[in-house]
Design a protein around this ligand. Structure first.
Ligand code: SF4
Length: 221
């Protein structure tokens, strides 16, 4: 699902297309990013490993949590920002200090990828004026280099399970405080915290989603 900002500031492209792109290495894309750089569970898993900290510690130290809406208690995480310019917490000077493990959204930039019926759709950001200049970039090559198999698998899993989870959350409404607490704690545990960093991500993600759906469904019964 694309949000309004993405629709307004991007245009859809096909894998076979070539677009002009110029990176000035100015770090501007990493400033003014309050509540913007979304951290998916697979990003948190990779970054916690890279930073050699626990996964809950990673969320606590480096991210802000907010809810998609007050009704559902569906948590979303974004990277914390610092300073007057709301710079990403990992930006030092003009340099990303987690380059090797930076979130999917940063690796794919200036493209956005969305899951759809046929696989994925691709958008090219036109929010910075200097970007659509410079040399030609083939979308397919960019994706080949930056869109990792583990990101594709995680996105496809979310495409499959999020409608199921959202359906259950809707049936549990209206929430009183105890249901809200129950939903939020289960969502946080199964989708974000219950991962062993020395084991593969995807297999744990699929198992956790399955258990989450079972636990939420049980509450409905
Ligand atoms: S993680 Fe790195 S690339 Fe992404 S916004 Fe932060 S500093 Fe920039």
């Amino acid at each position: 699902m694309k949000n309004d900002y993405e629709i307004k500031n991007s245009k859809e492209v096909k894998l076979s297309e070539k677009v002009r792109f110029r990176c000035m290495r100015c770090g501007e894309c990493c400033r003014h990013v309050s509540q913007t750089v979304v951290i998916e569970p697979v990003d948190a898993f990779r970054l916690a490993k890279f930073l050699q900290c626990g996964i809950e510690e990673f969320y606590d130290k480096y991210t802000d949590m907010f809810l998609v809406d007050e009704k559902t208690a569906f948590p979303v995480f974004t990277l914390k920002t610092t300073g007057n310019e709301n710079s990403c917490i990992f930006l030092k000077g003009n340099r990303c200090t987690v380059q090797e493990s930076k979130p999917r959204t940063c690796r794919l930039y200036p493209f956005w990828v969305h899951p759809c019926e046929d696989g994925f759709s691709y958008n090219y950001s036109i929010e910075r004026r200097h970007h659509p200049r410079g040399s030609l970039v083939c979308v397919k090559d960019w994706m080949h280099e930056n869109f990792r198999e583990e990101d594709k698998a995680a996105m496809q899993e979310d495409w499959r399970v999020i409608p199921q989870i959202a359906g259950i959350l809707k049936k549990l409404q209206p929430y009183d405080e105890s249901i809200r607490e129950f939903v939020l704690s289960r969502m946080l545990y199964f989708r974000h915290f219950a991962f062993e960093l020395d084991k593969p991500f995807q297999i744990q993600f699929e198992k956790n989603n399955k258990e989450l759906i079972a636990v939420l469904s049980k509450r409905l019964a």
